[in-house]
Design a protein around this ligand. Structure first.
Ligand SMILES: Cc1cc2nc3c(=O)[nH]c(=O)nc-3n(C[C@H](O)[C@H](O)[C@H](O)COP(=O)(O)OP(=O)(O)OC[C@H]3O[C@@H](n4cnc5c(N)ncnc54)[C@H](O)[C@@H]3O)c2cc1C
Length: 370
């Protein structure tokens, strides 16, 4: 248990323990890498209810073995598909849930693009802000408490986040209130240091003498006439665009040089999950269906259905998505590592982060060296 030794590989920063503590004995504290960690305070008030241990998604090894239903597909609206990271399964789910008056909880950029955090909202505008993978850890803030309040008021909520956040929420809400909660977890390569991300953004702003207008990881653009999903596009308010398939932030994120320590010990890198739905990229599906080769760059979503609640939504999802069921074992292939094992710890991680965060160094130059 994390609180026994404060070993950083045992805390994912999901906030479940802090939000459940009835005596406010836990606060979330940022380390120098910008990751939030739970810390016990006000120990004299602690009533030893152990709720903090019970809700920790990293403290509970599950005995869960239900095989999921597995689908590949994409949004039928080409424009929506192009604007999303994979096949726009999230937007499709959101559209269906919106019809049933759901609230949504997902990750958005702060207005200045220097942070990412989760918000709860039922506005369409906010749902579109949730769209797109942000390759930095999202701060859950007080969203778990907000979701509980919404559920207590008979509202329906769709949550989407990393699997550790999804499990943290599941344990925080418990079985009594979860009837109207749909929990969607991502396939996850791991989350990057918020401080490294911020340093990169501030450096770009300085270099281009402008504030950021938008950022898009995995942008889908033409590369020498051929569609590629490997672009990182940063638009500046002064009209300059930084568009590259070799963005130093994206590349060092992919290498795991800025990952949260617990990501290399993640228990949720499996298709057997006890949440409602998992979404990710269906890497490797073209090996089974060669005709799908042309679809890969446009984005093919992987959708794993783990629960009855998830299953109920599939028929409706067909209204807005092209969907085909396949054996779930198709999702386990050489190109989809994060459903069979966590990302390996990069031995240069610590050195990379401390070099990047040294005020005398630049992100770009450090990344080039690595
Ligand atoms: C950090 C990260 C790593 C990932 N690694 C993999 C991987 O290794 N393999 C794979 O197949 N798929 C991975 N994914 C998932 C994939 O990139 C797509 O997000 C997923 O397929 C959904 O795509 P979409 O087109 O349906 O919707 P999108 O519009 O891309 O999905 C947006 C949803 O993702 C959530 N989200 C975005 N950024 C974050 C964040 N930082 N933290 C928590 N939630 C976030 C939003 O809340 C929103 O609900 C990763 C996503 C993230 C954020």
């Amino acid at each position: 248990m994390y609180f026994d030794d404060y070993d950083k590989t045992k805390c994912c920063g999901c906030t479940a323990c802090q939000q459940i503590c009835p005596k406010n004995c836990i606060e979330m504290v940022k380390d120098n890498e910008g990751f939030l960690y739970a810390k016990k305070i006000n120990l004299s008030k602690c009533i030893k209810c152990n709720l903090c241990e019970k809700v920790c998604p990293l403290n509970n090894s599950e005995d869960y073995s239900n095989v999921p239903k597995c689908y590949y597909g994409w949004h039928s609206n080409e424009n929506k598909r192009m604007l999303s990271t994979s096949g726009a399964a999230f937007i499709a789910l959101a559209e269906i849930c919106k019809k049933h008056d759901y609230y949504f909880c997902g990750a958005v950029y702060s207005d200045d693009y220097k942070n990412v955090h989760h918000i709860c909202s039922n506005s369409l505008n906010d749902i579109y802000k949730m769209r797109g993978s942000k390759y930095v850890q999202s701060n859950i803030q007080n969203c778990f408490s907000e979701i509980k309040e919404l559920l207590n008021n008979e509202k329906k909520v769709l949550f989407c986040g990393t699997p550790c956040q999804a499990y943290g929420l599941k344990k925080y809400i418990g079985n009594k209130l979860d009837k109207n909660l749909l929990i969607v977890g991502l396939v996850c390569h791991g989350v990057a240091s918020p401080e490294c991300y911020k340093k990169y953004i501030e450096e770009i702003e300085l270099k281009y003498n402008s504030k950021i207008k938008s950022i898009k990881f995995r942008d889908k653009l033409l590369d020498n006439g051929v569609l590629s999903h490997k672009f990182t596009t940063i638009k500046m308010k002064n009209g300059e665009n930084i568009i590259s398939t070799k963005n130093p932030y994206t590349i060092t994120y992919g290498m795991g040089l800025m990952h949260r320590p617990c990501c290399s010990y993640c228990n949720y890198t499996t298709p057997i999950r006890n949440i409602d739905i998992t979404i990710g990229d269906f890497w490797g599906i073209e090996d089974h269906f060669p005709r799908l080769k042309n679809e890969v760059s446009k984005g093919i979503s992987l959708i794993l259905i783990h629960s009855e609640k998830g299953e109920k939504i599939i028929d409706e999802l067909r209204e807005v998505m092209v969907l085909n069921e396949v054996p779930y074992t198709f999702s386990l292939n050489a190109r989809q590592h994060q459903l069979s094992r966590p990302i390996e710890e990069n031995s240069k991680r610590k050195k990379f982060i401390s070099t990047v965060l040294n005020e005398n160094n630049s992100f770009n130059k450090t990344a080039n060296k690595y």
